[in-house]
Design a protein around this ligand. Structure first.
Ligand code: G6P
Ligand code: ZN
Length: 540
């Protein structure tokens, strides 16, 4: 073991999902080393403990893993468990931390951001409950990065990550395992695979792995376990640059899947996940399920799935997510919670057993089986529900709206805008929030307008400034917040929502239904005129 002198780098503050920067930033000598040593300095339980390490296979994944293993060994980690070829999806890491009672895990990913030498890289630490480290830990890591003057590392040669088995690096045991096996076992415990197999017999599905980490997981589940033909999984081989695309499952970047699902001979079911496997989208022939609706459907039908057959104690959604799931919770007579954006806010509620299902508008959904969002889990939930209801995606969502009404919902993003202008929009709106209440805009009267603060009911902590929301007496609302995950300039997100009761018009075009709210939002918040854009850069 040697100790290497180093000096701090600016800006190693983990964001919503760990430290995310351009690959070239991570390639600076000592940049990754400083951050990793700061993790070990801030989480003493890692000494003598087990650490799970893996990533989504993006460029620099392999190099970073070798560095992390050497530093882990020098810092006295007893055992590391690494995915073959350095691959683990985020949900798989969360599961393995819990399964092996590990002290934590390191996930190498920048989620849905592009990869390759010019793309993004990221590193995230998860704690012993399997979830993203809470702010107290990420703050401690950041504080350490600001003063670090030395890191410890062993001078052993690289480990061969392609061979399954056990080896040693200095004193530390390194186990290279099949990244899929334990995840598949967990899925078998939750779902009725025979029912899904019966449902899909003779039917076509299309799962788009977007050249990212879910390829091997989906191939094992859909092709090997459920016996579907090979073409059921597209873009199934992980590539360091994700085939040049963004592994972000939305209509723009998953165009191949959307084109397939909106074609004449569309398969029975379509789905995709993102770079590290924690996000999901679900489609039927000629229909895309909005993530907010998806969470509501999963909650309403959870008891169809063996893992939840006894019911769920409660549900939670992030604040900008539509309130479709709240109506389901009220109907089921269970608790529902509204948390800030970011998966970590669900952790306490899950650990306390207050909720068993949660999700976000940003295509994340999961349950208490792990402490991360889980793309393939959500997709299997849908398939299990379709199997038990003997219905198509389109029929399930139509029935859902007929039962609970429909929350028309859309997100308008203004990406890469000047930070000062984005701040001006936020400040301008927050200053006038109070004066809006009671005012009427185009027949919509403001019933409530505030800057969302979250009071964690489990540990009593309070998180302020979590987004600006303006609600109307009709039940419609808009929300504006600044993205916490972008790497270029600032991204403003405008979330639009309009509730249509079950006996109303449930078949409108989404953007048409939301146009009046979008116009009111512009009249009040003046995004377009402030950031000098005619249109949002992405509508989802
Ligand atoms: C990551 C987190 C999610 C969160 C999303 C929000 O994916 O894991 O929990 O919803 O970022 O991103 P934003 O860019 O809106 O801050
Ligand atoms: Zn992700």
């Amino acid at each position: 073991m040697i100790e290497v002198n180093t000096t701090p780098f600016d800006g190693q503050k983990p964001g919503t999902s760990g430290l995310r920067k351009k690959v070239s930033v991570f390639q600076q000598p000592n940049y990754l080393e400083n951050f990793v040593q700061s993790i070990f300095d801030s989480v003493p339980e890692l000494r003598g403990g087990t650490l799970i390490v893996g990533g989504d296979g993006r460029f620099y994944n392999d190099v970073a893993i070798q560095i992390i293993l050497r530093i882990a060994s020098a810092n006295g980690v007893a055992q590391t468990i690494v995915g073959q070829n350095g691959l683990f999806s985020t949900p798989a890491v969360s599961n393995l931390i819990r399964l092996n009672e590990a002290a934590g895990g390191i996930v190498l990913s920048a989620s849905h951001n592009p990869g390759g030498p010019e793309g993004d890289f990221g590193i995230k630490f998860n704690g012993d409950n399997g979830g993203p480290a809470p702010e107290s830990v990420t703050d401690a890591i950041f504080e350490r990065t600001r003063h670090i003057d030395q890191y410890k590392i062993v001078k052993e040669s690289d480990i061969n990550l392609s061979d399954i088995g056990e080896t040693h690096l200095g004193e530390m045991t390194v186990k290279i395992i099949d990244p899929v096996a334990d995840y598949l076992t967990m899925m078998e415990d939750i779902f009725d695979f025979d029912a899904i197999k019966n449902l899909l017999g003779g039917k076509q599905i299309c799962f788009d792995a977007m050249h990212a980490v879910t390829g091997p997981y989906a191939t094992a589940i859909f092709c090997e376990r459920l016996g579907l033909p090979e073409g059921s999984v597209i873009n199934g081989t992980p590539q360091p640059d994700f085939g040049g695309g963004h592994p972000d499952p939305n209509p723009v970047y998953a165009k191949e899947l959307f084109d397939t699902m909106f074609s004449e001979n569309a398969p029975f079911f379509g789905a995709a996940s993102d770079g590290d496997g924690d996000r999901n989208i679900v489609l039927g022939p000629n229909i895309y399920i909005s993530p907010s609706d998806s969470i509501a459907v999963l909650a309403a039908n959870a008891t169809d799935v063996p893992g939840y057959e006894n019911g769920i104690p409660g549900v939670a959604r992030s604040m900008p997510t539509s309130r479709a799931v709240d109506i389901v919770a009220k109907d089921l007579g269970i608790e529902h919670f509204e948390t800030p954006t970011g998966w970590k806010f669900f952790g306490n509620l899950l650990d306390a057993g207050r909720i068993a299902l949660c999700g976000e508008e940003s295509a994340g959904a999961s349950s208490d089986h792990i402490r991360e969002k889980d793309g393939l889990w959500a997709i299997l939930m849908w398939l299990n529900i379709l199997a038990s209801r003997h219905q198509s995606v389109g029929d399930v969502i139509s029935d859902h709206w007929l039962t609970y009404g429909r929350h028309y919902y859309s997100r308008h993003d203004y990406e890469g805008v000047e930070k000062a202008k984005a701040d001006a929009v936020m400040l301008g709106l927050s200053e006038k929030l109070e004066s809006l209440v009671g005012k009427t805009f185009k027949e919509e009267t403001v019933s409530k307008a505030d800057n969302f603060s979250y009071h964690d009911p489990v540990d009593g902590s309070v998180s302020h400034n979590q987004g600006l929301r303006v609600e109307f007496e009709s039940g419609s609302r808009f929300v504006i917040r600044l993205s916490g995950t972008g790497t270029v300039g600032a991204t403003l997100r405008l979330y639009l929502e309009k509730y249509e009761p079950k006996d109303g018009d449930l078949k409108q075009d989404v953007q048409t239904a939301l146009r009046p709210i979008a116009e009111i939002a512009e009249e009040i918040a003046k995004i377009k005129s402030t950031v000098n854009r005619d249109e949002p850069s992405l509508i989802s």
